[in-house]
Design a protein around this ligand. Structure first.
Ligand SMILES: [Zn+2]
Ligand SMILES: [Zn+2]
Length: 187
């Protein structure tokens, strides 16, 4: 499904210290992260520098994408504008190189003198997805009683349940307390 984004380690990157800029957009259809599914209508834009360090190939830069998913509270559309950082290392023998590396950065393989940047671009966006996906910061969510979207207005359930004396509603408990203390309070 996922298209590779291949950069050939050709003459441009033959010498240690040489670097090439790679920019463009990766098209995405359904972008699945955990149990969430997003659409990415404009794809993931990337602006990267690929550098031959002599021993490895380094890829650093930034990525940007708009993800469209579902709000965790109201189930309406949620749009996320995300930017992320890429910091990846490629080596001929990733396992051998990882052992020498004094960090937990993942080392990816160089395959037939080429590297695939698609996984690092996708991962850089995936880590930026917030734990809670919301249509807006202060989304009011759905009414637990009738299921109305509270962003579109008050469904009236809170007031109705308070008036009916719902024992689960803190407002009605308060009213009951007040009226038993002072009979005039509810007049
Ligand atoms: Zn919402
Ligand atoms: Zn309601």
């Amino acid at each position: 499904m996922a298209e590779p984004l291949t950069v050939r380690l050709d003459a441009r990157l033959a010498e240690a210290g040489s670097s090439v800029a790679v920019e463009g957009v990766i098209a995405e259809d359904d972008y699945v992260v955990g149990d969430r599914v997003f659409t990415v209508p404009d794809g993931i834009a990337f602006d990267l520098d690929v550098t031959n360090t002599g021993e490895t190939v380094l890829c650093m830069g930034s990525v940007e994408a708009e993800l469209i998913g579902t709000c965790d509270r109201c189930l309406e559309e949620a749009r996320l504008n995300l930017t992320g950082e890429v910091d990846a290392i490629f080596a001929d023998d990733p396992d051998a190189f990882s052992e020498d590396l004094d960090s937990d950065v993942e080392v990816l393989p160089i395959v037939e003198d080429a590297i695939d940047l698609a996984p690092v671009v996708r991962a850089a966006i995936a880590v930026e997805i917030p734990f809670k996906v919301l249509c807006r910061e202060d989304c009011k969510g759905l009414c637990p009683h009738c299921g109305a979207n509270l962003n579109e207005g008050d469904c009236g359930c809170e007031a109705r349940l308070a008036a009916e004396g719902d024992p689960m509603n803190p407002m009605s408990v308060l009213r009951a307390l007040k009226s038993s203390e002072d009979p005039e309070a509810e007049s």
